[in-house]
Design a protein around this ligand. Structure first.
Ligand code: ZN
Ligand code: ZN
Length: 419
C-alpha cells in the first residue's frame, strides 16, 4: 500500500507542470455557474489525454462530466453512457471483493464568481480532482478499481451536484471525496448548514406619493412588513438557524409608490428537516406582507441544499494522508457555517470533504486576495498536495476492503439514526 501511495505521488510530481498550467488557464478564464464551457473542456481534455473515458454533458448539464477508467481485472461495471448501471458496489454492498474492485469518485468544481473571478479557488479543485484520478489510473496497474472523476458545475449557487445526485450519477459509487482551498488552517469539513432560498416578488400599484398615495399599493411596504415579521420569528428559532436576505428591487423614485418590489432570502439550519419547518414559517411572513398591503405575492423557492454527513472513517484517512504529506491539519472536524452542494453527495454515499490552506487566515474567502492566492506558488502546491492526499486515501480504500466496509457501515448507521 505504501509503495502504491509513493507511486501516485510520483505521477503527480511528474505531471506537476501540466496540472499547474491547467489550473492557471482555468484561473485566467473565469466562467460563471453553468457557463464553465472552456474550463470543463480543459479538464476533459487533460483526463482524456491520460487515458480516461470522458462523458460530457451528463445529468442534463452541458458543463458537467464524468471521466472514468477501470484498472486491474476488467468487468462490466462502470460502463459509460448512462448513470452507473453496475450491480456490484450498490449501496448496502460495498464492492470489496468483486472485480473490478471498488468505485472511488473524486469531485471537481471549476465555476468562478462574478467580479472576483476564481476567488473561491475552484480552478484548484477541478485540477486537483483530475490530477488525483490520473495518478490513480496510472499507478494502480493490476490493482482492480474504477476511478471516476466528476466534473461538477455551478457550486456557487446552482447546485450542480444536487442535480447529479438526483439523476443517479453517484449510484454504484463506494466512496466520494473532494478538497477545497481555503484561507487559514487546513481542516476536515464537518457538519455544515442545510439551506433553501426564496425569490419573493410583490406586485402593487403605482401612484403619486404625495398627491394620491391612497390610490397606490405599496409593494416595498410588503417587503418591510415581511422582514419585520421574520425578525420577530428570529427570536423563536433554535440557535443553529440563520435567516438572511436583501431587497433586490424596492421602487423607482421617491415620489412614486413602489409598484414592484423584490427580495432574495436564505434560510439555513443544521438539519434539512429544520430548514423545511422554518421555511414554511418564513413563507407565512411573506404572505403577511401581501395580506397587510394588498400587493400580490409570488414566491419561487430555489434549490434545497442538504447538510453534510460526516464520515469519520474517511475523514481520519484523508487527515492522516494530509499529515503524511507534511500538511498541518486541525485535530477537530470543524463545523462549517456555510452550505455546499457536496452535502447532497454525502447523503447518498460515504463522503469526505477536506479544506487545504492556500492563504493566511487574514485573507477573506471570495476576495481579490483569495483569487491571487489561487494561482500563487502556495496555491499550486496546495493543488498538488490535495491531489496526492485524495489519491493516497483512494489507495487506502482500494487496498484495504475492511476500511471501505467500515466507511460504509458508518454511513449506513448514521443515515439510519437520521431517519
Ligand atoms: Zn468554493
Ligand atoms: Zn465559494
Amino acid at each position: 500500500m505504501e509503495d502504491l501511495k509513493a507511486r501516485v505521488c510520483a505521477v503527480i510530481d511528474d505531471l506537476a507542470c501540466e496540472f499547474i498550467e491547467t489550473s492557471h488557464r482555468i484561473h485566467e478564464t473565469p466562467e460563471l455557474m453553468f457557463k464553465e464551457f472552456k474550463s470543463a473542456k480543459m479538464l476533459e481534455a487533460l483526463l482524456a489525454k491520460h487515458g480516461m473515458t470522458v462523458e460530457s454533458g451528463i445529468a442534463g448539464m452541458p458543463t458537467a462530466f464524468k471521466a472514468w477508467a477501470t484498472t486491474g481485472a476488467r468487468g462490466t461495471c462502470g460502463a459509460p453512457g448512462t448513470p452507473s448501471t453496475r450491480t456490484c458496489g450498490t449501496p448496502g454492498m460495498p464492492s470489496t471483493s468483486a472485480a473490478p474492485g471498488p468505485t472511488i469518485a473524486i469531485l471537481g468544481e471549476y465555476d468562478a464568481l462574478p467580479g472576483v473571478g476564481h476567488a473561491c479557488g475552484h480552478n484548484i479543485i477541478g485540477t486537483s480532482a483530475a490530477a488525483a484520478g490520473i495518478a490513480l489510473v496510472k499507478a494502480l496497474g493490476d490493482v482492480p478499481a474504477t476511478i471516476a472523476v466528476f466534473g461538477c458545475p455551478a457550486e456557487e449557487g446552482g447546485g450542480g451536484k444536487i442535480i447529479m445526485v438526483r439523476e443517479g450519477w453517484f449510484k454504484g459509487v463506494d466512496a466520494a471525496m473532494m478538497t477545497h482551498p481555503l484561507p487559514g488552517e487546513s481542516m476536515i469539513g464537518g457538519p455544515n448548514l442545510a439551506t433553501t432560498s426564496f425569490v419573493v416578488k410583490y406586485y402593487g400599484k403605482a401612484a403619486h406619493a404625495a398627491a394620491s398615495p391612497h390610490d397606490g399599493i405599496n409593494a416595498l411596504d410588503a417587503i418591510m412588513i415581511a422582514f419585520t415579521a421574520i425578525s420577530y420569528l428570529r427570536q423563536q428559532v433554535t440557535e443553529d438557524v440563520r435567516m438572511h436576505g436583501f431587497v433586490a428591487q424596492g421602487g423607482e423614485a421617491s415620489n412614486i409608490i413602489p409598484e414592484y418590489a423584490e427580495a432574495r432570502y436564505l434560510v439555513r439550519a443544521e438539519k434539512r428537516a429544520t430548514v423545511d419547518k422554518i421555511a414554511e414559517r418564513v413563507r407565512r411572513c411573506f404572505e403577511a406582507g401581501a395580506l397587510a398591503t394588498g400587493a400580490r405575492l409570488e414566491i419561487t423557492e430555489g434549490m434545497q441544499y442538504s447538510e453534510r454527513v460526516v464520515n469519520h472513517t474517511l475523514a481520519g484517512l484523508l487527515r492522516d494522508n494530509m499529515r503524511a504529506l507534511g500538511i498541518q491539519v486541525k485535530d477537530e472536524i470543524e463545523k462549517v457555517r456555510g452550505s455546499t452542494d457536496f452535502g447532497e453527495v454525502s447523503q447518498v454515499v460515504p463522503a469526505v470533504n477536506a479544506y487545504l490552506s492556500i492563504a493566511p487566515e487574514t485573507v477573506a474567502s471570495h476576495s481579490h486576495e483569495m483569487a491571487e492566492a489561487s494561482k500563487s506558488p502556495v496555491g499550486d502546491k496546495g493543488l498538488l498536495d490535495a491531489a496526492k492526499a485524495m489519491a493516497m486515501t483512494a489507495v487506502d480504500l482500494i487496498c484495504d476492503p475492511a476500511l471501505l466496509r467500515k466507511a460504509y457501515d458508518e454511513f449506513e448507521s448514521t443515515m439510519i439514526r437520521k431517519k
